[in-house]
Every structure is written in structure tokens, then in C-alpha cells.
Design a protein around this ligand. Structure first.
Ligand code: PMT
Length: 313
């Protein structure tokens, strides 16, 4: 029996996926955003993916398998891309960390506000500055069409939306970028082999067979958006295998760089692995406000500039 080729696996994944809800609405927002940023003063456009995808175990989902990602990397990177003049399509997992909200407390609504009497709610004085900056920065980014936020939850939604975005950005060519920080499920339950109703719990241990999610990086590079600059991520918990894995991913998927990070040190340092060598990028530890994304995005934007210049020559 011959095994399926990569393209066939990808087509079969999409054919068997439940249709994306509000697809027309998403496309309209996306195309409007791209048009605004491609006419007049042309901006570079980056799609930042952020947060983890879920794998439902039931069609009417009660239980699911999740992938670790707080969304902090994607949110902080988005802020830095906007600062660098990019327009950002922020494809994020619902409920994860949002751009401009990193200085707010964990439960911003309840901790930032206080009720003075029955009719008046006020921002607590200790949070006024953080709330003001978050509101102003986010409103400015949206009003100037520098930020479009698109939420996903499941692996099905994420991959269908990634394909939509990539295809819509095709004409932006080398000025577009994919910065794939989302933690994407490697295994899933195919929709047509999934039970419709909640799995019953009274009949002992549960055996589930998970199929492999086809890797979409190759098809993104070769077919969906071949001219876009493409950055993928590699997360490992064992530092000893991290660089080797990232180097292999660079060769296999032909992305322009792989950002390698180890779970426990990911907020302190990352290694940018590319054909021009490996660069360690660290947070400026002498500045308490500094985050690794400040230096990481500076480097990625520089590399993107070189890529655009080379594509035009
Ligand atoms: O969100 P934080 O808490 O701040 O943490 C940030 C992070 C650690 C999640 C982030 O920096 C990171 O490393 N993200 C990628 C983690 C990951 O899922 O790695 P992976 O080995 O599964 O995937 C590698 C690449 O292949 C990713 O760019 C992914 O988008 C892509 N992929 C994965 C599966 C799949 N089926 N298709 C893909 O294209």
C-alpha cells in the first residue's frame, strides 16, 4: 500500500476539516486591511501567529488536547513590529496574551477598576498609567490599520486561517513576512473519525488514536506564499537537542530563519538559526523593562530588509 504524499496529506486535512465559521467576514477584514496597507505609503505586512492550538476529542467539544503557549512571545513581538512600522495580522488563540496588555495585572478588569458608588467605576490610581498606555497604543494601532486581530481555537481553525492569510498576502511578495510563534498541534483526531457527543466515562480507560497533523511549513513556503520572508520557531525542553532540531527544520522547510528556544529560558534568550550562522539574542539584563523580543525583532527586521533588497536586485 503506498503512503500519501505531502500534498495529498495537506489536501485531505483541509477536505475533512469542519468549515471555518465566519469565513466571509474574516476575508473581508483581511482584504480590507491588506488593501489599506498596500496603497499609498506601502507598509510591510507581517502575520504573527501566537498561542497554542487545541485538538478537540468530540465534535460537540467538551474535552480537548491543548498545546502550551501563553501568547506572550506573539503579543510582545507584535508590539515591536508595529513600532518598527509594520502592519500586523495577529492570528492568536482566544484568551491568550494580547498586544499592549503585558503591563496590566492578570485579571485586569477586576484589579484595575474600582467602584466608587453604585453608578461610577474608576481606574485604580496605581494602574492609571498602564491602562492609559494600553488603551491608547491599541486604539492607535487599530485606527491606523497597523493591527488586525484574528482569533482561533482549534487546529482546524488555525490552519484554515493561516492558509487564507498566506493566500491573501501572496501579491505583497517579499514585503510580507510570516512569524510563526504559535505552538501548533502535531497530532489530532480527524473530524470524520471523531465521536459527535461527549465521550462516555463509565467504560474504563480511553484509547484514542491520533493522526499526524501534516506540517504546513513546506506548503506555505512553496505554494501559499513563496515570496514571503518566513520565520519559524522551535521549542524544546532539552537544551542539548535544541540547536540540532532547529538546524534540521531550517534545512527541511527552507524557512529563512528558525528561532530556537528552550522552555525554561525562553524569556531570557533565543538563538536565531539561519544559513548565515547562529546568533544568540538576549534580553538586556541590566535594564529591568527589557524583553528579549526588543532585540529579536530588531534583528528579524534587519534580515527582512536585506531580503527585500536582494529580491529587488
Ligand atoms: O507563548 P509563550 O508562552 O510566550 O511561548 C512562546 C513559544 C515557546 C510557544 C514560542 O516561542 C515557540 O517556540 N513556538 C513554536 C512552538 C512549536 O510548536 O514548535 P513545533 O516544533 O511544534 O513547530 C515548529 C514550527 O512548525 C512552528 O513554527 C509551527 O508553526 C510549525 N508547524 C507545526 C506543526 C504543524 N503541523 N505545522 C506547522 O507548520
Amino acid at each position: 500500500m503506498s503512503s500519501m504524499g505531502e500534498d495529498e496529506e495537506v489536501s485531505s486535512f483541509f477536505e475533512s476539516s469542519p468549515p471555518l465559521k465566519k469565513m466571509e467576514d474574516i476575508l473581508e477584514k483581511l482584504n480590507g486591511f491588506i488593501e489599506l496597507n498596500s496603497s499609498g505609503e506601502k507598509r510591510r505586512i507581517v502575520c504573527v501567529t501566537s498561542g497554542g492550538t487545541t485538538v478537540p476529542l468530540e465534535q460537540r467539544c467538551v474535552r480537548y488536547i491543548d498545546n502550551f503557549s501563553s501568547g506572550n512571545r506573539g503579543a510582545a513581538s507584535t508590539e515591536n513590529f508595529v513600532k518598527a512600522g509594520y502592519a500586523v495580522v495577529f492570528l492568536y488563540r482566544s484568551g491568550t496574551c494580547q498586544p499592549y496588555c503585558r503591563s496590566l495585572p492578570d485579571d485586569p478588569f477586576l484589579e484595575c477598576f474600582q467602584s466608587l458608588d453604585n453608578t461610577n467605576i474608576q481606574v485604580h490610581s496605581s494602574h492609571v498609567e498602564a491602562v492609559k498606555m494600553a488603551v491608547m497604543d491599541q486604539q492607535a494601532a487599530v485606527a491606523e490599520a497597523r493591527l488586525l486581530k484574528l482569533p482561533f481555537t482549534t487546529i482546524y481553525e488555525y490552519l484554515q486561517m493561516l492558509r487564507l492569510i498566506a493566500t491573501a498576502l501572496k501579491d505583497v511578495g517579499p514585503c510580507s513576512m510570516f512569524y510563526l510563534a504559535a505552538a501548533v498541534s502535531d497530532f489530532y483526531v480527524p473530524w470524520n473519525s471523531m465521536t459527535e457527543h461527549k465521550i462516555e466515562s463509565g467504560s474504563g480507560p480511553l484509547d484514542i488514536r491520533l493522526a499526524q497533523v501534516p506540517k504546513m511549513l513546506s506548503i506555505l513556503r512553496t505554494t501559499w506564499a513563496p515570496k514571503a520572508f518566513c520565520i519559524s520557531f522551535k521549542l524544546e525542553t532539552d537544551a542539548k537537542i535544541l540547536i540540532d532540531k532547529a538546524t534540521k527544520a531550517l534545512g527541511k522547510y527552507k524557512v529563512h530563519a528558525v528561532v530556537a528556544n528552550e522552555l525554561s529560558t525562553r524569556k531570557e534568550e533565543v538563538v536565531v538559526v539561519s544559513s548565515s550562522g547562529n546568533v544568540v539574542v538576549r534580553r538586556d539584563s541590566d535594564k529591568p523593562e527589557s524583553i528579549v523580543e526588543d532585540n529579536l525583532i530588531r534583528l528579524i527586521v534587519d534580515r527582512h530588509s536585506t531580503y527585500i533588497k536582494e529580491s529587488h536586485s
